[in-house]
Write a protein that binds this ligand. Sequence first.
Ligand code: GAR
Length: 193
Amino acid sequence: MNKKRVGILISGRGSNMRAIVEAASDPNYPVEVACVVSNRPDAGGLAYARSQNIAAQAIDHKNYKTREEFDSVVNDYLQSQSLDIIVCAGFMRIMTPVLIKPWEGRMINIHPSLLPLYRGLHTHERAIAAGDKEGGCTVHFVTAELDDGPIIAQARVPILKDDTAETLADRVLVEEHKLYPLALAKVALAKDI
Ligand code: GAR
C-alpha cells in the first residue's frame, strides 16, 4: 500500500496525535506518521512520539521574534520530511500564510466545536453559555482564516444538564479520537492529495 507521509503539529499532551499513531499501526491504514513537531519543548506528546520511534522535533516559538519567522522554520522542517499531509492536533498557534500556503489543501485541523459555531478558544464554555443542546468537534482543511476552511467531518455529542466545560470537553475528546483518524484516512485516500 502506498501510504501518505504525515507530519503532526502539536502543543501539548497530544492525545489526538496518539489516536492517529495508533490507527496507523494497522497495515491497512493509508497513513504513515513521519514526524511530530511541537512549538512547546515540554509537550507531553513529544515523549510519546519518541517512544514510538517517530521523529519528534521541538521548535520553540519563544525563540523567534515574529510569527512569520517561527512559521518559516516550521515549514522548512516539514518540507525537509517529504510529507504529503500536515495534521494540526491541538497545535495552539495562530499560523500565518508562510506556513499555511505551501500546504493548502493538504493541511487539516481538529477544532472542538461544531464549526462554523465557536471559532477560537473556550468553545465548550461558549456552547454551554448559549444553551446549546449539542456540542462536538470538526475536522477541516486549514485556510488563512482561523478555524474556517472546508469541513471534512464532524461528530456530535449531547450537552447534558449538569455539564461543565470540562465534562463536555472530555466527552467531545472521546469523539475526536474516533473522528480524526477516520477523517485523515478520507483525506489520504482522496485522489488529488
Ligand atoms: C483537542 O480538544 C483539540 O480539539 C483542541 O485542543 C485539544 C488538544 O488535545 N484544539 C484546539 O482547540 C485548536 N484550536 P490533544 O493535545 O490531547 O490532542
